[in-house]
Design a protein around this ligand. Structure first.
Ligand SMILES: Nc1ncnc2c1ncn2[C@@H]1O[C@H](COP(=O)(O)OP(=O)(O)OP(=O)(O)O)[C@@H](O)[C@H]1O
Ligand SMILES: [Mg+2]
Length: 316
């Protein structure tokens, strides 16, 4: 089997909304596919089709070689699902939640209990195991969600925006959990709105927009297309903004954008661009209050790929 899961030409309409417009997604076993896209791109809809929760209008999808429509029951045994779904019952404790899921998956009571205890331990929730989920913090709740999706020892896991709203430390916790899952041979579909997250975790990334893939590749390939990194400059003196723009524009070979007052950003391909910008700003006597080199945001990726921002509506 070449792919742990694959979707071909999926179309899904909700009334007049086309949520999926012929999307293709696939991941080899034991890898992470990052699905990167803005609000409303169709990420959750694609996950729900792959999770057998939604029937596509057109196209097909397979998990472990099994068709998600014809073999839905068998597919459900292969997958774990977490994210923008309420799989956890707020009033039940951590332990009760995981035991309940185990029993729904036909584990015997003792077996379900042992599995729950093991997962709560692994996810740093042993101390909170006896407390209702509604008393958990956002990060604990996210870890309980992840643990819940692993009760059935799935081959394939769908993580739908698993770190949205988490602070950086809790995000790192989730990232290391994902890495250890993959090390254990699990295949992951990870949806995210952060290129940084896809870059950190994914073997391949599909960028989705309006229900279709608009770019696909390894993180390195994608960064080559969208500009590896973004330089951000904020001159001390706003009157020098045009001079600074001329410098970063010349170094980057593209016209910089001004996403906020007094700030310039531009994608660059290599690491040397940054030092070149520093050198030229210094030579021209342009002081800066902020100067940084970072991966482009999703919005900047979109602007490079589509010529519009994630918040703009397209004519289509
Ligand atoms: N059950 C539904 N009924 C009607 N429209 C829906 C339904 N589910 C999704 N949509 C619409 O389909 C489109 C894709 O939604 P989807 O939830 O898949 O996007 P998403 O990429 O997951 O977005 P987000 O990042 O906000 O979670 C949106 O326009 C959404 O409003
Ligand atoms: Mg979603």
């Amino acid at each position: 089997m070449l792919h742990a899961f694959e979707a071909e030409g999926l179309v899904k309409r909700f009334g007049r909304t086309t949520a999926l417009a012929g999307i293709d997604l696939a991941a080899r076993p034991g890898t992470v596919l990052g699905v990167l896209g803005p609000n409303g791109a169709g990420k959750t809809t694609a996950v729900r089709v792959l999770a057998t929760l939604l029937r596509p209008d057109e196209g097909s999808a397979r998990v472990g070689g099994l068709d998600v429509v014809r073999d839905a029951a068998k597919v459900r045994r292969l997958i774990g699902l977490t994210g923008q779904y309420a799989s956890v019952d707020e009033d039940l404790t951590g332990t009760e939640n995981l035991v309940l899921i185990g029993q729904l998956l036909d584990l015997r009571r003792a077996e379900a209990g042992a599995r729950a205890a093991r997962l709560l331990e692994e996810f740093g929730l042993a101390e909170a195991a006896g407390r209702p989920a509604k008393t958990y913090s956002g990060g604990m709740r996210r870890r309980l969600d992840l643990a819940a999706s692993l009760v059935g020892r799935p081959d394939v896991i769908y993580l739908d925006e698993p770190t949205t709203g988490l602070d950086p430390a809790k995000r790192d916790d989730v990232w290391s959990i994902v890495r250890s899952l993959v090390a254990g041979g699990v295949t992951v579909l990870l949806t995210t709105q952060y290129l940084e997250e896809a870059d950190a975790l994914a073997d391949e990334i599909s960028v989705v927009d309006h229900g279709r893939v608009i770019a696909h590749g390894t993180p390195a390939e994608l960064k080559r297309v969208v500009g590896g990194q973004t330089i951000m400059v904020r001159p001390v003196d706003p009157a020098r903004l045009a001079d600074a723009a001329a410098i970063v524009g010349a170094v980057a070979g593209r016209v910089p954008e001004s996403p906020a007052r007094g700030v310039l950003t531009v994608p660059v391909d290599g690491d040397t661009a940054f030092t070149e910008v520093v050198r030229r700003l210094d030579r021209e006597g342009i002081g800066v209050t902020e100067l940084s080199l970072r991966l482009p945001s999703l919005d900047e990726v979109f602007f490079t790929l589509t010529g519009r921002h994630t918040t703009e509506e397209s004519a289509a």
